[in-house]
Design a protein around this ligand. Structure first.
Ligand code: ATP
Length: 237
């Protein structure tokens, strides 16, 4: 059997003497969508930051057939491991168009890029209308669209989304999740961290539940949606 696209074994992340992630194991196959759900402070962002190389961690992380131990964050990004961080991370003083172009700076396929850019604009018409506006003036939802558009233009092999619904109005959450659902249907490999467990389970195939730095449950998203204990803990029922 071929190796998963991403595999995490015994991952530990510590801040000073405090362990935020306590030796977790999970994997993600190419073309699969996995969500990591859990309460505030469970260690979700720390896990993602260890995978992208922004936070040191102990244990083994393998991506595309190699260990990431000696690979710096920008090199991981060049290899298609792309994260849209919590808080979006757009360049607020650049225009929408410049932000999108920054996602594609490594690409040489100019003709295809122009087509992809038009596709982003048709997915997010608000970005098209505001293409010459500085990103700092966009609403939170528009900045999330921009951050996702920029990531997609880099042609990720694994797209990681950290809390895309954070702080957004319900209508914006719906727009963002419709896009995530479409990416899932198109077979994009996705790792999604999300507080809104119900939405996250609806757009992914598999889920891992993180509790105080430990994985307490893993399984198909559809069965977790029907799991009584999980429904009580994370779906507000
Ligand atoms: P949230 O949904 O609130 O972002 P999370 O599941 O993403 O939560 P993390 O952000 O990974 O959780 O945090 C896990 C634990 O590590 C928390 O107890 C947090 O206070 C702690 N922590 C996170 N970042 C740091 C840091 N830079 N320095 C010290 N402690 C940190």
């Amino acid at each position: 059997m071929s190796e998963p696209l991403l595999s995490v074994k015994g991952l530990t992340v510590s801040y000073g003497g405090v362990q935020a992630v306590k030796g977790i194991d999970f994997h993600l196959d190419e073309g699969e969508q996995v969500t990591l759900i859990g309460a505030n402070g469970a260690g979700k962002t720390s896990t993602l930051r260890a995978i992208t190389g922004l936070q040191p961690g102990k244990g083994e992380i393998r991506y595309a057939g190699q260990s990431l131990a000696a690979i710096p964050p920008w090199e991981r990004m060049k290899q298609g491991l792309v994260m849209v961080p919590e808080g979006r991370g757009v360049f607020k003083r650049l225009t929408v168009l410049e932000n999108l172009q920054s996602g594609a700076y490594l690409r040489r396929d100019r003709t295809q890029l122009a087509t992809d850019m038009e596709e982003i604009f048709s997915t997010f018409p608000r970005l098209a209308e505001r293409r010459h506006q500085t990103a700092g003036l966009l609403s939170g939802g528009e900045q999330q669209m921009l951050a996702m558009g920029r990531a997609l233009l880099s042609k990720p092999r694994l797209l990681i989304l950290d809390e895309p619904s954070m702080g957004l109005a319900p209508i914006m959450v719906e727009t963002i999740f419709n896009t995530i659902a479409r990416l899932s249907r198109d077979g994009m490999t996705l790792l999604l961290v999300e507080q809104n467990a119900r939405l996250a389970l609806q757009v992914t195939q598999r889920a891992c539940v993180l509790e105080s730095g430990t994985l307490s449950l893993q399984g198909p998203s559809a069965s977790l949606l029907n799991d009584d204990a999980l429904r009580k803990a994370y779906l507000g029922e």
